[in-house]
Design a protein around this ligand. Sequence first.
Ligand code: PLP
Length: 440
Amino acid sequence: MSDQALTADEIVALSKKHTLFEWSAQSAVDPIPVSHAKGSYFYTPDGKRYLDFNSQLMSVNVGHGDPRVIRAIQKQAETLAYANPFMAHEPRARLGKKLAAICPGDIDAFFFTNGGAEANENAIKIARLYTGRSKILARYRSYHGGTAGAMTLTGDPRRWAAEPGIPGVVRFPDFHKWGRKDPEPVAESLRDIEEVVMFEGAKNIAAILVETVVGTNGILIPPDGYMQGLRAICDRHGILLICDEVMAGFGRTGKWFAVDHYGVVPDIITMAKGLTSSYLPLGAVGMRRPIADHFQGNVLFAGLTYNSHPMGCAAALATIGVYEEDGLIERAAKMGEVLRKHHQALYEKHPSVGATRSIGLFGMVELVRDRKSFEPLAPYNGTSDAMKQVHGHLKEKGLYTFVRWNGIMTNPPLTVTEDELAEGFGIIDSALSLADKFVN
Ligand code: PLP
């Protein structure tokens, strides 16, 4: 093949012919060819511009193409591109120290992974080794990753393909049910959990694992008291609380971690995505001191060739530096207020908008056929003509985001400007005029 750059059509055709796309029936895939990206935008080789309203996978938090992260990666590649995970090196040492400073409470020890699923796999392994118990409780409206164990932990239909999955995972009811506008009263949700704990046997349960704020299942924000109540249940029964902050962490919600909104310290916290802003793959399992100390004398049976990768650690350090230098965590909280106003305006204007939810720059617009019955505009785990039209319009107008079931995700980089928010919500506004036609 010549060195001449491929055209957009060639990129798509060759990618479709010789590679398999994730989570898709291959014949249905219609990938956007992407050649470069900067700030809140990415571009196709033939010059089309997309506003990235999903930060790719709610992950490019510092925006595309930040030169400080790129330079740190380049520098690390030149000095030490790889060292095996049994070695100590400067990026690993510095990143551990840095994360200890920004993580809640006494979480001050970290096991570095390649991403979020692997972080969750290791979180439950660590919980089982530490407690000597086997069961893990998780919820339905959740996603925890695409490896065997993480798919079993996942409650949404992405789990089905991995069934029967790994043993010992038990599900408990969600605080926010599908097809409902509001979350359930906290006391009711906590009673549900207590009941599951009672029937499963507290002494058999190693951990309860939750996404602190649920991401792809609809930006479900626990009402105040829920996380605190969950913490109390765990404490009462000697169960570890694992918070999956793979998506919610690193400023997405307007604080370093979503648990910081609730004053709760989990026993184990998992992270990835915003850790490096996805410039390189890296995840981490953070744990409280007593758990880390357990592995002083007991073997931590975990580790892959690329764990604690020096380039990933260097990218993470630089990314955290950008959050700090540019005040991006505070900025996410501030711009989150602007985003909330746009959500409210859409709700007031469009009858198809049943609800909007956001915390910081973590948001979604939920579409319904009828505000009274709150009948979703697409079935659970499916799509509809209305949602297809909405999605097609957004894409055509150059707005990239996830349209999932009956929801439109609104998760721009934390660097997003007010003008960019106005541009994105302007396009969503026009798409919703199509959705309104499907309202009863
Ligand atoms: N946990 C949550 C909450 C996620 O949203 C994701 C990915 O979207 C994962 C875990 C899995 O992370 P990864 O894709 O890096 O394995």
